[in-house]
Ligand binder design. Structure first.
Ligand code: SAM
Length: 471
């Protein structure tokens, strides 16, 4: 029985409800009257239900699809302006006891090199990341209670936050580790993490169990209910995601939105972010063995439909995707991207990109300086801002601000000030030149004169060596 308020996975991600949703979407995919009504509702910026959004995803009328794309772009501008938040993943350990068939870290993979960073190695990684200009990380680890217990993850977080190298600092650590207990989520919260991220991989229970044949991750309910435990443990920024390619995308899309509706219904706050990874080639993994790979066009349509359905949720795209796809996705609603990522354990401290412990092939291999310049050349403001959660603007407080579009009054100036730090400390001369012009232009877009004046003063102070200003 479908019930978004239930705490049982099979009731809030209800298989029958998804099938009925897909049938409804299929039946109405050319129903112009209904589609127009849904688009009108989406324009109110209050979001769409999974059924409504599924109709847009199923729609095959080119003019209507273009309307969805235009609306997605508009919503993106309204809520996020032209800022793009930048982060990097940091792989701590690839020891794993699970049997996930799409992941090279799976337990049976005997030829991948297994590695777990020591605290000294974490330090070396963080210094390398700081030297590029990163301020925000997402830590990643396989699931292994012996090699990667929660104490190890907490030690790593402590090490990461403690390192101050030159003007560098990691100011926000997001965490992508396997589903765990309320008690462990409390510990992560106390360690000062930003978002807790956990990809559902697939919402289709039967496929989920086949794709995760062994290990603790096999338990669909435990995995699917993890965000409720995280919220019970006090983490109010959680990040959802689906690994596209494993199951039928329309099913996943409906499941993803039902998950978001569930979090809103139970905890009063939806997901902070949604990630849209696609299965990639990796050691022992051939993406072609999965039947449900999606084209770039469908991928873009999914992004646009997510954007109009949950306008206040950040959307993340990683370096699994190449420059061309990332560019297109930025238009359609992506608000955060990773840059200069290495998906191997200990990869950043190495001069050459190592492959022996890598989780997946990285398609976008540009440096952070190149990514920053690329964004600015397209008139985006690369943002290294981490202010919200450090100012206590998380969960419903963040969402309330975001929904009232007030977040832009802090985010825009914060983006400019953190970009200025990047330009001063890490940028190449050409990037610096482009960036200074962009900042000068963007200061004029700050609404309040008082704020404008404070930003100008702070930019001067950054030039003189001060750091870490925020609204
Ligand atoms: N081990 C944790 C867990 O079980 O949730 C999370 C960390 S894992 C390093 C991060 C994510 O990488 C997984 O949730 C999965 O979606 C993704 N991933 C695994 N194999 C992949 C592949 N071959 N291509 C792309 N992404 C992959």
């Amino acid at each position: 029985m479908y019930n978004p308020k239930s705490l049982k996975a099979e009731e809030f991600i209800n298989h029958e409800e998804i099938l009925e949703t897909l049938e409804y979407a299929e039946k109405n995919k050319n129903n112009v009257e209904l589609i127009d009504k849904i688009l009108e509702k989406a324009k109110e910026l209050k979001g769409l239900s999974h059924r409504e959004a599924s109709v847009l995803l199923a729609c095959e009328i080119p003019e209507k699809i273009n309307e969805v794309y235009a609306l997605a772009e508009q919503i993106k501008k309204d809520f996020y302006g032209n800022r793009i938040v930048i982060f990097a993943p940091l792989y701590l350990s690839n020891y794993c006891v699970n049997g996930c068939v799409y992941c090279p870290y799976h337990h049976q993979n005997s030829h991948i090199v297994r590695k777990k960073l020591t605290q000294e190695e974490v330090k070396a990684e963080v210094i390398a990341l700081q030297d590029m200009g990163h301020k925000r990380l997402a830590i990643e680890a396989g699931e292994d209670p012996v090699n990667n217990p929660i104490e190890y993850i907490l030690d790593c977080i402590k090490t990461i936050y403690s390192i101050q190298h030159k003007n560098g600092a990691i100011r926000r650590v997001n965490v992508n580790i396997a589903a765990t207990t309320v008690e462990n989520y409390k510990k992560l919260k106390d360690a000062g993490i930003g978002t807790y991220i956990l990809f559902q991989e697939t919402y289709h229970k039967e496929s989920y169990e086949q794709l995760h044949p062994t290990g603790p991750k096999h338990n669909y309910a435990y995995h699917t209910e993890a965000m409720d435990r995280a919220m019970e443990g006090g983490i109010d920024d959680v990040g959802l995601g689906v690994l596209f390619g494993l199951e039928m995308y329309k099913y996943e899309f409906a499941g993803l939105l039902m998950h978001a509706e569930h979090l809103e219904a139970v905890h009063g706050v939806g997901p902070h972010t949604i990630s849209v990874p696609r299965v990639k080639k990796a050691d022992d993994i051939d993406p072609d063995t999965f039947d449900n790979g999606i084209s770039d066009e469908i991928f873009e349509k999914i992004a646009a439909c997510i954007r109009v359905a949950v306008p206040y949720t950040g959307m993340i795209i990683s370096t699994r995707e190449n420059e061309k796809v990332r560019k297109q996705m930025l238009h359609l609603g992506v608000s955060q991207i990773s840059g200069a990522s290495r998906t191997s354990v200990g990869g950043y401290a190495e001069k050459e990109r190592p492959h022996d412990t890598e989780q997946f092939d990285v398609s976008d291999q540009r440096t952070l300086d190149e990514v920053v310049k690329w964004l600015m050349d397209m008139d985006y403001i690369p943002s290294f801002c981490t202010a919200c959660y450090r100012e206590g603007r998380t969960g419903d407080r963040f969402m309330a601000l975001c929904k009232s579009k007030q977040i832009q009054n802090c985010c825009h100036p914060n983006a400019l000030m953190t970009l200025k730090e990047f330009l001063e400390d890490y940028a190449s001369p050409k990037t610096k030149e482009v960036g200074e012009k962009l900042i000068e232009k963007e200061i004029e877009n700050i609404g309040k004169d008082k704020v404008k004046q404070i930003v100008r003063e702070r930019l001067k102070k950054i030039e003189q060596g001060d750091r870490d200003f925020r609204f």
